[in-house]
Design a protein around this ligand. Structure first.
Ligand SMILES: Nc1ncnc2c1ncn2[C@@H]1O[C@H](COP(=O)(O)OP(=O)(O)OP(=O)(O)O)[C@@H](O)[C@H]1O
Ligand SMILES: [Mg+2]
Length: 305
């Protein structure tokens, strides 16, 4: 597959503070590429440099062969952005917000009206077409941001935490729409702190932390490489660790203590499961490994601030 975005040695400093610290990555045409990371990891800063609203401190980004920070107009014309912040005009209606935005792309009025009506339907906001933004719920606003990002028929869509703060229905609707766009050939860049979202949508992703990329791969590959197939969680006093590690350690590929829980990471969980039955431990959970385990293993299982 063709590389559509290539970032090399990308750095972003705000004064003395380094928000993005020399990262490199490649995004292929037609894939969904994720930036997964906790608050302050540098996700928004990175994608803002891709869509040319934040100057690059050093390094380069090529978008479709065009250098970001140089060919800004062309890059913006071919990119749709679902921003993290609610950048809607609250005094205007849903329809008016779309029409105002269409002017940035010089879309003729008649065409803009047609696309607006289609896109309002696409995100199921017909009933709110003539309501002001202040009358919409958070989920509705987010859906409108999705519709707005599509006005210029972009080949690349950047979705910056598109489902933060939404209920499950609204979240699934946005996932479905993003998947539909991807199936139509659109390249997607997604930032998220939700592991399930990354697992559902991303073909490949990077785990970002404190301005750096810690790991890169497909969700499955990251889980297999870092954790294995299954995880055993035993809620037990740390005083018992040595005994349990002696018993279960040889059957696991790694273990970790975090708070009240001892974790074992397994590649083939059957042997360990059998052992657990023999040991008859209370408060034990045996479950498939997830991206969340990868994330917590890489970034530490403690609260990040
Ligand atoms: N305009 C700015 N001026 C100074 N520092 C900034 C600015 N924008 C972001 N930062 C800092 O850069 C770091 C990365 O911020 P960024 O918004 O990229 O994080 P993020 O990964 O998107 O986090 P979140 O999940 O909270 O959206 C943070 O420490 C933030 O405080
Ligand atoms: Mg952000």
């Amino acid at each position: 597959m063709r590389t559509i975005i290539r970032a090399e040695h990308l750095v972003k400093n705000y004064g003395e503070f380094a928000a993005v610290k020399d990262i490199s990555f490649e995004i292929r045409e037609g894939e969904c590429f994720g930036f997964l990371g906790p608050n302050g990891a540098g996700k928004t800063t990175t994608v803002r440099m891709i869509h040319c609203v934040s100057p690059i401190t050093s390094g380069t980004i090529l978008v479709n062969g065009l250098p970001a920070d140089v060919d800004n107009r062309k890059i913006k014309a071919a990119t749709g952005v679902i921003p993290q912040e609610m950048t809607l005009d609250t005094d205007l209606t849903v329809f008016e917000n779309m029409m105002v935005f269409s002017k940035f792309f010089d879309i003729p009025r008649r065409e803009a009206r047609k696309r607006t009506d289609e896109l309002i339907a696409f995100v199921e906001l017909e009933a709110k077409r003539d309501n002001k933004i202040s009358e919409l719920s958070t989920g509705m606003k987010r859906r409108l941001l999705v519709a707005r990002a599509l006005l210029n028929k972009p080949a690349l869509i950047i979705a910056d935490e598109p489902t933060t703060g939404l209920d499950p229905q609204a979240r699934h609707l946005i996932w479905q729409r993003l998947r539909l766009l991807k199936n139509q050939g659109t390249t997607l860049i997604l930032t998220t702190q939700y592991m399930e979202e990354a697992q559902q949508l991303c073909d490949r992703l990077v785990v970002m932390y404190e301005g750096k990329i810690l790991k890169e791969g497909s969700p499955r590959q990251l889980i297999d490489d870092e954790i294995g197939r299954e995880v055993v969680e035993i809620r037990i006093e740390a005083a018992e660790d040595a005994r349990l590690i002696a018993d279960l350690g040889p059957l696991a590929r790694g273990h970790e203590r975090a708070g009240d829980t001892l974790f074992f990471y397994c590649r083939d969980g059957r042997a360990i499961q059998k052992k657990l039955v023999e040991m008859d431990l209370p408060n034990t959970v045996y479950r498939p490994a997830t991206l969340e385990d990868v994330f917590l293993k890489l970034t530490g299982r403690s609260l990040v601030e």
